[in-house]
Design a protein around this ligand. Structure first.
Ligand code: 0RA
Length: 636
């Protein structure tokens, strides 16, 4: 009987949705901020796929005041007819796991990577979802609640002269650690999509904070590279080439700028490959080979030892690589599936890059010579650095290092470097307290005087001639730049300790820029931290209690019944040695913030924008570029 079958079906469906709720990590990776935004990408990808298929060139995302989010597209609209199961098609699409399968053949393509697990997963993890469909002159909607239970069957609610789909959902607060969407996270990703999909307009509106942005680019990857190099002194117009081999489409835009940083972004089927992979490897060897053959064939550099290494020809290079790979050749690797494995992508990208770059160099001699000269300077610097390193290893220069460190660094006495901690302390007076109060066996102190050099525009040579950073580099003892190896670090943790004021924030950002540019593996290895000194002490006479933030202070004030005095710390220097140790340095009682890079490519853009010629606003960089995870937090 039809009803029995329908009931059986719906029980199975609810079991499926329940499985998603039991183990959300299996479907969306995690239930932190990343997982939360995964829900958005899932729904947005469906809208984007509809646009890629040729239907609709406008997508709007709205962060609503009630914590829900809406994704509106102007595609054909989800079909509203009955499915063979007896359910309406929207009910099938939004409640059956992997319902994509049936529709894939009708050109409803899944993007790749982790994506395309389906709108039903989003529904399963939402306390509410509503889908409104504009199609065939009519408007229909369907509502779900509590993880995909139908609250209102599909019904006609009006007439229209447009087509499209709007999905609104509220992430379930019992599943996600936080249900606050980040406007920045969403706009950054949408801007990338708009670069990759020329002609598409994506608007993002934040109803809560009254802000909105609209992205639309006509020149694809060229616009993307222009954007990356905005404000930098570029050496030529953006070079753009593309080709197709073995069914793999390659599109690349690149440009050299005066600076030293390499910035390569890659995508596959419009999904970012944050960890690179075979296409990036192919691109790099194609570029290196093109330059080496060009200088050899044109007798530009003579001599035996004349060839460039890859890093020489990538100094100052910004590039965006986008590949279209057929589903059957797609292979992703790594935990977050951010690395392309497909071996064919390497040879195809290498050949297309080599042929086009070689041709470009032959045709544009002046530009070619400018870049070759830049690469030669890099090569000379690289060889000089190698000689200096060899000298250092053979013992020469050790005296010089010891002299530079003496009187500044208070070393730790312990032998185990993995347990050792290096505190970089703002100012001599706090440095003095830290030296007195520390645990001598495991904690070393390096006071920093005044402002640190802004490294955004600095070369390795500039760093080496800067006393403060030089001292820091020697203290860590693991090299710098390409040569940096976190395994050689004298310390398991490097901890930035500054005052909780604007100057302190400034020093933090300058140091973060230094570490980001010249010791990035230290951050990637999770070895860089920021100390989190309390803002207030509540003095009860017999004992003190420490409070980290203004909000916490307000909360505590409401709870406390006895009398007390509030002391506000303006700087680390106001604490005596014991107090500084107990509140900020003691592993048993302190609160530390671990610095990590969520997305190297975006961090790169922010660092260069904010630390380049434009100086403000640095604080935002701290807040948004890097993720801060509270580590040893015993205070809460
Ligand atoms: C299945 C079939 C068709 C369109 C869609 C799904 C569709 C899904 C979503 C999800 C968000 N926006 C969407 N827009 C369309 C094709 C139906 C036809 O042939 O007209």
């Amino acid at each position: 009987m039809a009803t029995t079958k329908y009931d059986e079906n719906s029980i199975k469906i609810l079991e499926g949705l329940e499985a998603v709720r039991k183990r959300p990590g299996m479907y969306i990776g995690s239930t932190d901020r990343r997982g939360l935004h995964h829900l958005v990408w899932e729904i947005v990808d469906n809208a984007i796929d509809e646009s890629i298929n040729g239907y609709g060139d406008y997508i709007k995302i709205t962060l609503n005041k009630d914590q829900s989010i809406s994704v509106e597209d102007h595609g054909r609209g989800v079909p509203t007819g009955k499915h063979e199961s007896g359910m309406s098609t929207p009910e099938v699409i939004y409640t059956i796991l992997h319902a994509g399968g049936k529709f894939e053949e009708s050109g409803y393509k899944v993007s790749g990577g982790l994506h395309g697990v389906g709108a039903s997963v989003v529904n399963a993890l939402s306390s509410k979802m509503e889908v409104t469909i504009y199609r065939d002159g009519e408007i229909h909607n369907i509502k779900f609640e509590n993880g995909g239970h139908v609250a209102q069957k599909l019904k006609k609610i009006g007439t229209t002269n447009r087509t499209g789909t709007t999905v609104t959902f509220t992430p379930d607060p019992t599943i996600f650690k936080s249900t606050n969407f980040s406007f920045t996270t969403i706009t950054e990703r949408m801007q990338e999509s708009a670069f990759l999909l020329s002609g598409l307009t994506i608007e993002v509106v934040d109803e809560e904070d009254n802000r909105n942005v609209k992205y639309h680019y006509e020149n694809g990857l060229i616009s993307f590279v222009d954007y990356i190099n905005e404000g930098k002194n570029v050496l030529h117009k953006v070079i753009n080439f593309n080709g197709i081999k073995q069914g793999i489409e390659v599109d690349i835009a690149l440009q050299y700028q005066e600076g030293y940083n390499e910035n390569i972004l890659s995508f596959v089927n419009n999904v970012k490959t944050s960890d690179g992979g075979s296409h990036e490897t192919g691109f790099k060897s194609g570029i290196t080979k093109a330059f080496n053959d060009y200088v050899k064939e044109n007798n530009i550099i003579k001599g035996k030892d004349s060839s460039f290494e890859g890093s020489d020809v990538r100094e100052g290079l910004s590039a965006v690589i986008n590949l279209k790979i057929p589903e059957n050749l797609l292979q992703f690797e790594g935990q977050t599936k951010g690395k392309l494995g497909t071996p064919e992508a390497r040879t195809v990208t290498e050949q297309i890059t080599y042929e086009n770059m070689k041709f470009f160099l032959e045709e544009n001699r002046e530009i070619a010579l400018t870049i070759v000269e830049k690469a030669s300077r890099s090569k000379v610097a690289r060889e000089a650095a190698r000689k200096a390193r060899e000298a250092a290893r053979s013992g020469k220069g050790k005296e010089k290092k010891d002299k530079i460190l003496s009187g500044k660094l208070a070393k730790a006495t312990g032998k185990d470097s993995s347990k050792a901690e290096l505190f970089l302390v703002e100012g001599d007076s706090a440095g003095g307290s830290a030296k007195t109060g520390r645990n001598r066996e495991t904690q070393a102190i390096l006071p920093l005087r005044g402002k640190v050099l802004n490294c955004e525009k600095a070369s390795n040579n500039d760093i080496q001639s800067n006393e403060e950073l030089n001292t820091l580099t020697y203290a860590i003892g693991a090299g710098i730049g390409n040569e940096f190896d976190p395994a050689e670090s004298n310390y398991g943790k490097v901890i930035i300790m500054t005052d909780a004021d604007d100057d302190g924030a400034h020093i933090q950002i300058l140091l973060l820029t230094f570490f980001y540019r010249f010791m990035r593996p230290l951050i990637e290895a999770g070895m860089l931290y920021i100390a989190n000194p309390p803002l207030y002490a509540l003095d009860f006479g017999k004992y003190k209690e420490y409070v980290a933030t203004d909000e916490e202070l307000e909360e505590r004030k409401k709870e406390i019944k006895q009398s007390y005095k509030v002391q506000r710390f303006k700087g680390l220097g106001e604490m005596d040695a014991d107090e500084l140790y107990e509140t900020t340095m003691n592993p048993e009682t302190r609160s530390l913030i671990k610095v990590s890079i969520t997305d190297a490519a975006l961090a790169e853009k922010r660092v260069s924008v904010l630390m380049g010629d434009k100086v403000e606003p640095r604080k935002e960089w701290i807040e948004e570029n890097v993720d801060f995870t509270l580590e040893d937090n015993f205070r809460r």
